[in-house]
Structure formats: C-alpha cells, structure tokens
Design a protein around this ligand. Structure first.
Ligand code: TRP
Length: 333
C-alpha cells in the first residue's frame, strides 16, 4: 500500500463562496487528492458560532457539497463529509477544552475581530472555535493542513494542543504542519483592492460569487476600481490593476509577464471586460454542474452518508485512544 500523507481541510457552509475561495482553496483541492489522502469537511458546527437562519444553513451545506463535487473533487477519491455527522468532533473538543486556557483563545485575532463584528452574539462557541478546529484536524492525524493567513494562528494552537496532550499522556496525535500552496495568490476586493475579497462585504460589487451569471460577472468587472495612469502592469502602486491581473492569471493559468504583454496598449475598460470574460468562462460551467448536482439531493445524501462512515471509522479510533489515555472507563458494551 502506498504511504501517502493525510491532508485535512474544511470550509464553512456560511453562504455561497467567492472567486477568492475558489482560486485560493477549492480549485487546489482536486490536485491535492492525487498526492495525499485527503479529508475534506463542511465545517457546519463552526458556522453555528455566528447567528444563522436554520433553513439557509442547511441549504448552504448542500450547495457547498455540490460545489466541491462540481470542481472535480471526486467523493470516491477522498473523504467528503459533514462535520456534524461525526459526533467525535464535538467529543474531542470537550477533552481538548480541559487542556486549553482561556487566555489562549481570548487572544486569537479572529475571536477579537468577530467579537467586534458580531458584538450582539459573543458566545462561548465563538471563543472555542479554534479548539473545535483542532479536533477536526487531530482526529484524523492529519500531517498537512492547507491554511490561509487568517487560519494560521488556529493551526498554531492545534499544534500546541497536540504537543501538550502527547507530553502529558503519551504520543497520540500527529503534530500537523501547514501546507503552503505553491501559488499563494490572494484575491482582493474589486471595490477596495487593499481588502481581501469577502462574501460578507456589504457591497456586492466587491466580490464575485460562484453563483453569479455571466452578465453579472462582467458588470462587476466593468465597475472594478482601477488606479490612476493607463498602464496595465502589476505594481505595488497599482493595487487595482495588480488584483485584476492576478485574477486573470489565476483563471487562465497564464504567467503575469505574459498577461502584461497581452494587454500592452489596451485601455482599462477593455482590459476589465477581458478579465470578466475569462472569469465567466471559468465559473459558468462550474455553476451549471453544481446546479445539476444540487437537483439530486438523494445523491448528495448518499455522499454525506458514505463520507461520514469513512470519517467516523478513523475518528472513533482516535477518540477511543484519547478516552483511554485520559482515564475514562472503557466501553465494553
Ligand atoms: N476555520 C476554517 C475557515 O473558516 C474552516 C475550518 C474548520 C478548517 N475546521 C478546519 C480549516 C480544519 C482547516 C482545518 O476557513
């Protein structure tokens, strides 16, 4: 048997994803399946840490699963599952909570930011979010976790907890490493290129949703903020144009210098339309395929069931080892 490393990642079903999520995460996941034993989760329990409309959360979960599959993530070649279907995640969180200090969680940047942006609902789950995330990773003894800059601190805590548990009891968890993607392109807002593209942006023109149709996509690119001057060149002093060039290269697979040459002498207006068209060419087939998959809920339920069983098989082993090591009475029934 091949000895592949295990890679774990998850995305919250908190609304439809943006082009940024697609380029930065999901589009890479397909490639990673070839190289690693990949386990991909829908982090639905994490999503509950901010207020949700129940029916929407459920719909978003199906939608995200359909999107994964439409991006070429074959559920037979990896484990694709819903976090809430595998109760070991919540259970390991309890054990790890008994070894996590409040200060460690209070100083997390994301907790501090979300406490501000959701000041009407600062709940224990929001604070405990990184411990649940640590459980996700440690249950599967994942070696690698692809993380964006915003999740780095959480992975650091995961490592600390794994080391803490291993030294307090005995070697149990694999201490995970961050997986740094080779092309770390960051997609910025179309309206404010100093800010990351985010689906929670109040201005819908700031982001491209994976649900946008061709006309909407092109319209949004036509409205994208550019910089002064008229040269199409990636440069620190030109964040708007640089972002558009980055997007163009990500969706076409072209090199930056070739794209610069291609648009030499082209006006900003036509350049923006060209980027919009390239993005639409990429997204449109994915969206159609996603909608087709989404219309077959029973297929998706089967994917969830199969994924949960396979995930649970691994998670249960880890959790029983943990329960035994901390001194809980073994279940013999
Ligand atoms: N917190 C991650 C995010 O919002 C999602 C997530 C949950 C995750 N559990 C994980 C990512 C485990 C990597 C590994 O992006």
């Amino acid at each position: 048997m091949e000895n592949k490393k295990t890679l774990f990642s998850a995305v919250q079903p908190s609304g439809i994803l943006t082009l940024g999520n697609y380029v930065g995460a999901i589009s890479n996941w397909k490639r990673l399946i070839e190289e690693y034993d990949c386990i991909y989760a829908l982090a639905d329990l994490h999503t509950l840490t901010v207020k949700q409309v129940p029916a929407e959360l459920r719909a978003h979960s199906y939608e995200l699963a359909a999107l994964y599959i439409s991006c070429g993530i074959d559920p037979e070649k990896c484990i694709l599952f819903c976090q809430s279907h595998v109760h070991e995640h919540a259970e390991l969180t309890w054990i790890l909570n008994t070894m996590t200090y409040p200060g460690e969680l209070q100083r997390m940047t994301q907790f501090k930011d979300k406490s501000k942006s959701h000041s009407d609902n600062v709940n224990m789950g929001l604070m405990d979010y990184p411990v649940l995330m640590a459980s996700d990773i440690l249950l599967y003894n994942a070696h690698l976790v692809p993380v964006g800059a915003d999740q780095k601190q959480h992975l650091e805590l995961t490592r600390d907890l794994a080391i803490r548990f291993n030294s307090r009891y005995s070697d149990t968890f694999v201490v995970p490493e961050p997986y740094i993607a080779k092309t770390g392109a960051k997609i910025m807002s179309l309206q404010d290129p100093e800010k990351k593209m985010s689906k929670s942006d109040a201005n819908v023109n700031a982001f491209i949703s994976m649900n946008d149709d061709r006309d909407t996509i092109i319209k949004k690119f036509k409205r994208a903020v550019t910089d002064s001057g008229n040269e199409i060149r990636a440069d620190e002093s030109k964040p708007g144009i640089t972002n558009l060039l980055t997007i163009y290269c990500c969706v076409t697979g072209k090199e930056l210098c070739d794209a610069e040459k291609e648009f030499d002498g082209v006006g900003y207006g036509n350049f923006k339309i060209a980027v919009g068209e390239a993005v639409a060419d990429l997204i449109e087939p994915v969206r159609c395929e996603k909608d087709r998959i989404l219309s077959d809920k029973s297929y998706l339920d089967k994917v969830f069931a199969d994924g949960a069983l396979r995930a649970e098989h691994i998670a249960r082993k880890t959790l029983s080892k943990v329960y035994r090591k901390v001194g809980l009475v073994e279940r013999k029934f």
